[in-house]
Design a protein around this ligand. Structure first.
Ligand SMILES: [Zn+2]
Length: 220
């Protein structure tokens, strides 16, 4: 009996020493609706969109307004009611604030918390950005609708010449495609497979596998 106690306490101390129990003190959570001040910012960017992009925006949100005033109200209401703020907290301090569509907020928070446990400590996560797609500005970005996030833009660089779709098609699995993409001389990204997998499992599409590979980008 005594021996069992000694052995189990030894195992417990080994676990403690290995740091396995040491979950990060930071935690992602869904904070609530997008704050008014952020909505105001998004509306500022919205005003600068081309008519073509505005049209795509209203089509995607199922807008019905006819006058310009009513359309602006519809857009404002979309950011205020259909989007949510998620935050990364360390104790009581907020480290990061990200706004995304409410449909994916919970899944994203769960996935980012899981990624956090697996060692992905984020420095910069970006959600809503009211603009066209980078490098193809006549098409609305999923970021404009809050349906995409970019992880660490500065180290997961978009290289439009790398065809992620072809690499994905030739590979036997997502992991094999990730490895092939990582080896591709044109690629440049630091995002780990464990993080990509967690987000894929949560139902997000990874931009790394897009025709114009965009490894920072996840959308749903
Ligand atoms: Zn993106």
């Amino acid at each position: 009996m005594l021996r069992t106690v000694i052995v189990s306490s030894f195992l417990a101390s080994m676990l403690l020493a290995s740091g396995k129990q040491d979950a990060p003190k930071k935690l992602w959570l869904v904070k609530g609706p997008t704050p008014k001040v952020a909505v105001k910012d998004y509306m500022g960017s919205f005003a600068k969109l081309t008519d073509g992009l505005k049209k795509q925006f209203f089509k995607r949100i199922g807008g019905t307004a006819k006058t310009e005033k009513a359309q602006l109200e519809e857009a404002r209401s979309y950011f205020a009611r259909s989007c949510k703020r998620i935050e990364l907290r360390k104790g009581k301090t907020t480290i990061q604030k990200v706004d995304v569509h409410k449909d994916l907020a919970e899944d994203l928070v769960r996935a980012l918390n899981k990624a956090l446990q697996s060692g992905y400590v984020p420095k910069k996560v970006e959600g809503i950005a009211v603009r066209g797609q980078r490098g193809k500005s006549t098409l609305l970005s999923e970021h404009a609708l809050g349906r995409a996030v970019d992880l660490e833009r500065t180290i997961n660089v978009r290289r439009p010449r790398v065809n992620g779709k072809t690499i994905r098609r030739k590979a036997k699995s997502s992991e094999a495609a990730y490895k092939a993409l990582k080896k591709n001389p044109g690629s440049h990204f630091a995002i780990r497979w464990s993080t990509v997998k967690i987000l894929l499992d949560a139902g997000f599409r990874w931009g790394g596998f897009f025709t114009k590979s965009d490894p920072m980008h996840f959308q749903k």
